[in-house]
Ligand binder design. Structure first.
Ligand code: NAD
Ligand code: ZN
Length: 355
């Protein structure tokens, strides 16, 4: 089992390894004196994992409850958020009790937001079961639900009490979903860890579990360092948005037909090409990045034009008055934040997309 510690407003461990679900009760008991625990999952993670986790929690003396939601992004809603709060109140959960998010980023974000606000904040555990939630959403304390006007518009910063990533959960994960996490791992390598990038780009791991453990740990370390430096996302944490300005625009233009990971891959590639053409990067990262994405079957060809994407991007919430923060790679393993004028975004996108 690998373990690392995040020192933000709350200090907590992230544990990575096989068999953590069976040991969840003991590990959570180590950080919580709760009497009651409420496991929150979707129907898929309920079927695949909840018996193991509930058995383990009960074995460690928790009075264990279970709430199940439909899988999918639409579950991250105000009505499901209210449903959790009402359930906890009805079952007399107290401030010292605990929630356990067992699932992907949807369940993690929803559970985290409920934990952030129930009785003004109770503890919760992240048990990510997708690669994306393991390397991205479970660490760093951003929690949210969606509003009609857009994604993640209601939320809070609320760090978990512990993160438990059981790598055995990868066995059932569909390949397309695995790639979603890989795109974020490649992103972390590009902005903060050259060795991680090169491992993903060139090495053959003997077993998929070794690959997942090694790359997840390194990607989480990149995120951990940025969260510790800037928990509330006003400075260097924005480096994690590499590929996301154009990525979000691509998702929007495609009506969410293009997945987040693929859209971010296209955005990363365009940002690296544009930054090199502008003379902002020390090296051209485009070819190694392209080859790495192709190696894992992540198609980075963007079907939209710069005009369409720039106008979609300027509607996005990340716009800050008359400037917009872009993340570019200076070289592989080192990112930088560039503030450009809103009017310059179109040119930047053009430079990134032209042949
Ligand atoms: N809070 C943050 O910092 C942050 C960061 C990145 C993304 N997010 C959020 O995360 C969400 C996306 O997360 P996601 O990609 O994990 O999606 P998800 O939670 O919707 O999970 C994807 C699908 O995989 C299924 N699944 C989960 N684990 C499985 C397993 N082990 N085997 C088989 N199927 C499994 C789920 O039931 C679901 O159908 C988005 O809502 C996004 O906004 C949050
Ligand atoms: Zn992302």
């Amino acid at each position: 089992m690998l373990s690392l510690t995040v020192r933000a407003s709350k200090k907590y461990d992230v544990k990575i390894g096989s068999g953590l679900m069976e040991n969840a009760g003991r590990l959570i008991r180590g950080v919580s004196g709760a009497r009651k625990a409420c496991v929150i999952c979707d129907t898929t993670t309920r079927e695949l994992f909840s018996d193991r986790v509930i058995g383990s929690l009960s074995g460690a003396g928790f009075d264990t409850h279970l709430l199940i939601f439909a899988p999918g992004e639409q579950t991250k809603s105000m009505s499901n958020y209210a449903r959790i709060l009402e359930y906890l109140a009805e079952k007399h959960f107290t401030r010292t009790d605990i929630l356990v998010a067992l699932g992907g980023g949807v369940i993690g974000d929803l559970t985290g937001f409920a934990a952030a606000s129930f009785l003004r904040g109770i503890n919760y555990v992240q048990m990510p079961t997708t690669l994306l939630s393991a390397v991205d959403s479970s660490v760093g304390g951003k929690t949210a639900v969606n509003l009609k006007a857009g994604k993640n518009l209601a939320g809070a910063f609320h760090q978990p009490a512990i993160v438990l990533f059981d790598t055995n959960s990868m066995d059932s994960l569909p390949e397309e979903q695995f790639k979603e996490g890989l795109a974020e791992i490649i992103k972390c390598g590009m902005i903060g860890d050259k060795d991680l990038f090169e491992y993903v780009a060139y090495k053959e791991a003997p077993r998929i579990n070794d690959f997942v453990e090694m790359t997840a740990e390194r990607a989480i370390m990149v995120k951990r360092d940025l969260v510790e430096a800037d928990e509330y996302d006003i400075g260097p944490r924005k480096l994690l948005n590499y590929g996301h300005t154009m990525g979000h625009a691509i998702e929007l233009c495609s009506g969410y037909e293009i997945s987040h990971g693929r859209a971010v891959a296209m955005g990363m590639l365009a940002a690296s090409k544009a930054a090199y053409r502008k003379g902002w990067s020390n090296e051209d990262c485009t070819i190694p990045l392209w080859q790495t994405l192709e190696r894992y079957g992540i198609d980075p060809k963007c079907p939209f034009g710069a005009e369409e994407l720039a106008s979609a991007a300027l509607k996005d919430k990340k716009r800050n008055g008359s400037t917009i923060s872009l993340v570019i790679p200076l070289q592989i393993g080192e990112g930088a934040i560039m503030d450009i004028k809103v009017e310059e975004l179109l040119e930047f996108f053009r430079l990134g997309l032209e042949g």
